[in-house]
Design a binder for this molecule. Structure first.
Ligand code: 13P
Ligand code: SF4
Length: 359
């Protein structure tokens, strides 16, 4: 078995050989041994745009999770290959909604709410999918007047949706949907959950008919771990601490925090904080530890004292990256992510709508 140092050297050598025809993208949650090799590091929104702005790169190696690589494939040119170094790097939240479940939900909701536009011309329901979803769900949104959002543009996207529709069906993350809708002034009684494992979604037809936001019952197992007690403990230990959390955290945690936003927002908050600041963060540990190391003049720590990595992001081990790159050097493409053309073109409609709302 190769040592860590050998793996790092093999990656550097292969990368050197592949030159500008190779683009390595790294999500903020990747481990440091991967991040050092990335041409771009960013949140899921920034990375998908990077994929679209480097047409000269024949091969895009995406160090992140499956839905991100699919999005890069959809937004890149057809001749570019997108490679996910480990095919088992998925996202447990994205897996909480599949196309059959969403189609079933949609049929039931259109039975309840009607499918013809309302008197004011608005669509009865606009489907909005979080970026953390399969290409099939993005395509569903593309062909049903819907749109994609990320944690950095959820509010602007929901404003777009409510200009066109009376209600929103939001999947798969209930927390991002709820937190954003609350910030826009909606109330909890306007946001029934849709539980795909309960008969008829689990709420009454009246609740769905009267809803503004119908929230799919999905969640992120990493962000769901953060609690209000952890925030209280941090405030006690460090009076004056600033608490920033990702919007995939629960409503109570978001309400108890000082700021909420995407990984890019969290990075900016820490970069812009004056020296001596104390910042407690509610997001994945690899990002928090890296930010702490990059800012020795500030105290940056994770709210969760028990290490909480995203286990699937972590599956991009340097051994997989070395393997994928060395195959490219040999002219072989391994672990290529291919979204079928029909799905890709419909998903692109929903992604392009998002990019117009939030370029
Ligand atoms: P960002 O869009 O903030 O990068 O988040 C992606 C993600 O998977 C968060 O859990
Ligand atoms: Fe999915 Fe959560 Fe991991 Fe993000 S942190 S990739 S939402 S499981």
């Amino acid at each position: 078995e190769a040592s860590d140092e050998e793996l790092q050297e093999r990656i550097i050598d292969a990368k050197h050989e592949l030159g500008s025809k190779l683009l390595i993208l790294g999500h903020f949650y990747q481990r440091d041994e991967i991040i050092v090799h990335a041409d771009y590091v960013g949140d899921s929104f920034q990375l998908s745009k990077n994929a679209a702005t480097r047409p000269e790169a024949d091969n895009i190696v995406f160090c992140g999770v499956h839905f991100m690589a699919e999005t890069a494939d959809i937004l890149s040119t057809p001749r570019q290959n997108v490679i996910l170094p480990n095919m088992s790097a998925g996202c447990s939240m994205a897996d909480m909604a599949n196309i059959d479940q969403v189609t079933d939900c949609w049929e039931q909701l259109t039975d309840i709410c009607g499918s013809a536009p309302a008197a004011d011309g608005k669509q009865q329901i606009i489907p909005v999918t979080y970026m953390n979803s399969s290409a099939a769900l993005k395509a569903f949104c593309g062909r049903n007047g819907g749109i994609v959002c990320t944690s950095s543009n959820a509010r602007a996207v929901l404003e777009w949706a409510f200009e066109r529709g009376k209600r929103v069906l939001f999947f798969p993350d209930q927390h991002l949907g709820r937190n954003t809708a609350l910030a826009m002034g909606m109330s909890l009684d306007q946001m029934p959950l849709w539980d795909p494992f309960k008969a008829n979604g689990g709420a009454t037809p009246e609740q769905y008919a009267n809803a503004k936001m119908i929230l799919w019952k999905g969640f992120c197992s990493v962000h769901q771990r953060f609690t209000v007690e952890q925030i209280e403990r941090a405030r006690k230990a460090y009076p004056g601490v600033k608490v920033v959390v990702h919007p995939e955290c629960s409503m109570d945690v978001v309400n108890a925090a000082d700021g909420t936003g995407s990984t890019a927002y969290i990075v900016k908050e820490i970069e812009n904080a004056p020296a001596g600041s104390v910042i407690a963060v509610g997001t994945e540990i690899n990002l928090v530890n890296r930010l702490a190391a990059q800012h020795p003049d500030k105290t940056v720590f994770c709210l969760d004292p028990v290490v909480c990595p995203c286990s699937t992001m972590y599956r991009i081990h340097p051994a997989y990256l070395a393997w994928a790159l060395e195959n490219l050097v040999d002219g072989k493409i391994v672990n290529k992510i291919v979204v079928d053309p029909q799905t890709a073109s419909e998903a692109k409609i929903a992604l392009d709508r998002m990019l117009r709302v939030h370029p």
